[in-house]
Ligand binder design. Structure first.
Ligand code: SF4
Ligand code: SF4
Length: 332
């Protein structure tokens, strides 16, 4: 069984499923979304953040670096500054171990399944009181199907609600099927309904994702859809119409749709990871919330009872939930 690195175990999350959640972020994803705001979860290997603002150029890291990946060089004034050559880095993390200022932080921690289990189960009383549970996210948990299955199974032994967040990318349904018994909620990211754009921009075909989604529905799994709305990628009237006409067929069988407006928070992470060149959305402005209202309204009119903007604690269009024609309102 391939064991993933963990980038974070986030407690008291309100956006990754119902109630208070503890979300386990696995490192590794086969898709290449150029707007990804969690780039630290994309690669399955350990990386390090360099936080320039915290670096005092003490040189401790250069002294232990075995490859010349970190050196001190004269800066613009009299001071020495740190120069990094990530192409020489072998991810040994010695620099992280000796840095006293958090100028370096490792990204991706090796943890045993037992340790993860122990950590997520320590929040059990909060799950019970809030109707929450554990969400396995990433990256994409289906990069590690056996590990995800085992983790879900072990959590379910404690009668805790399990959700997984995935793009549903696998090309073989058999990867997903065993999870049906142990996963209470599948949260599926639908990044575009346009197969050409999907393949060209995200570098993965759309059809297996739709096939898996439809098989989950046929299997009577609980499914919630996430739509990340990204400027210039899937925010045109045609994109919205395509989402609405496709999801309308499943309106009474999905738990709801969360519309997640693209935001710019990821840029700093790309810089700290030394991967600024990969970030293609530099300078791209976030859409105003009103931009996605036609999509939210269209999905509601198509019969989907729970539609939110911003996730389960965001703005909702649901009249039923609030007992009035609230239009869009913030319930956070
Ligand atoms: S050890 Fe930390 S503070 Fe010192 S030079 Fe390296 S990154 Fe900067
Ligand atoms: S992680 Fe990379 S930069 Fe840091 S000490 Fe090891 S080789 Fe050098």
């Amino acid at each position: 069984m391939k064991i993933p690195l963990i980038t974070e175990i986030q407690r008291f999350s309100l956006q990754d499923g119902p109630g208070f959640r503890t979300t386990v972020f696995l490192k590794g994803c086969p898709l290449k979304c150029p707007w990804c705001h969690n780039p630290e979860t994309q690669r399955p290997v350990q990386e390090y953040y360099y936080n320039q603002a915290r670096c005092v150029s003490c040189g401790r890291c250069t002294a232990v670096c075995p490859t010349g990946g970190s050196t001190l060089v004269p800066g613009p004034g009299k001071d020495m500054v740190l120069q990094l050559d990530r192409s020489k880095c072998i991810n040994c993390m010695r620099c992280v171990a000796v840095c006293l200022t958090e100028g370096r932080e490792s990204v991706g921690q090796a943890m045993s399944l037992e340790d993860i289990l122990q950590e997520v189960l320590s929040d059990e009383p909060f799950y019970r009181n809030s109707g929450g549970g554990v969400t396995i996210s990433g990256g994409d948990p289906l990069m590690y199907p056996l590990f995800t299955l085992e983790l879900a199974k072990r959590i379910k032994e404690h009668k805790v609600h399990v959700a997984i967040e995935t793009s549903c990318f696998p090309k073989d349904w058999k990867t997903i099927q065993p999870l049906l018994e142990y996963v209470d909620l599948f949260i599926i990211d639908l990044k575009s309904m346009n197969p050409v754009k999907h393949e060209e921009v995200i570098c993965w075909p759309l059809q297996p994702i739709l096939d898996n989604f439809e098989r989950l529905i046929e299997s009577k799994a609980n499914v919630r859809i996430h739509i990340p709305v990204v400027p210039g990628f899937n925010d045109s009237p045609q994109d919205f119409a395509d989402y609405i006409s496709y999801l309308e067929q499943f309106a009474d069988r999905i738990k709801g749709v969360d519309i997640l407006n693209y935001h710019v928070y990821g840029e700093g992470k790309y810089i700290s990871l030394g991967r600024a060149k990969e970030y293609q959305y530099k300078g791209v402005e976030e859409n105003p919330p009103e931009k996605v209202l036609p999509l939210a309204r269209g999905l509601k009119l198509a019969g989907i009872s729970s539609v939110t903007i911003g996730g389960l604690v965001g703005i909702t269009t649901s009249r039923e939930e609030h007992g009035r024609d609230a239009g869009m309102r913030c319930v956070a």
